[in-house]
Each structure stands twice: as C-alpha cells, then as structure tokens.
Write a protein that binds this ligand. Structure first.
Ligand SMILES: [Zn+2]
Length: 59
C-alpha cells in the first residue's frame, strides 16, 4: 500500500466525519472549512468565528 493510498483513506474518513457534521467546538457553528493540516491531523476553521481546530478534537 502506497503512502498516497493511506492518505486518501484518511481523507475519506475525514470527509465522512465531516459529512456526519463537524461543528465548531467554540461556537458550535456548522459553517466549517478545511484549513490544511497540522501534526498530521486535518485542521478546520470556523468561518463564523475564525477559530481553527483539529478534526480529532471534534466528535
Ligand atoms: Zn466557531
């Protein structure tokens, strides 16, 4: 399995979680956009409040 495939799977899982409803842990808003990665985790940004948070922090 290539590194690319593993990354794609991770992306898929993140997308699935996103589809399930990622919400901002700060204001519970659902207007979220992807904001790159940090320490291997997908980062999101709350468009409403401008807060960033990692996907792992959300349920
Ligand atoms: Zn927010």
């Amino acid at each position: 399995m290539s590194k690319g495939e593993k990354q794609s799977k991770e992306e898929y899982l993140t997308e699935k979680r996103f589809a399930d409803g990622v919400k901002c842990p700060h204001c519970n808003g659902s207007h979220i956009q992807r904001n790159g990665k940090a320490r291997g985790y997908q980062q999101y940004i709350c468009v409403t409040a401008g807060n960033t948070f990692p996907s792992r922090q959300t349920r």
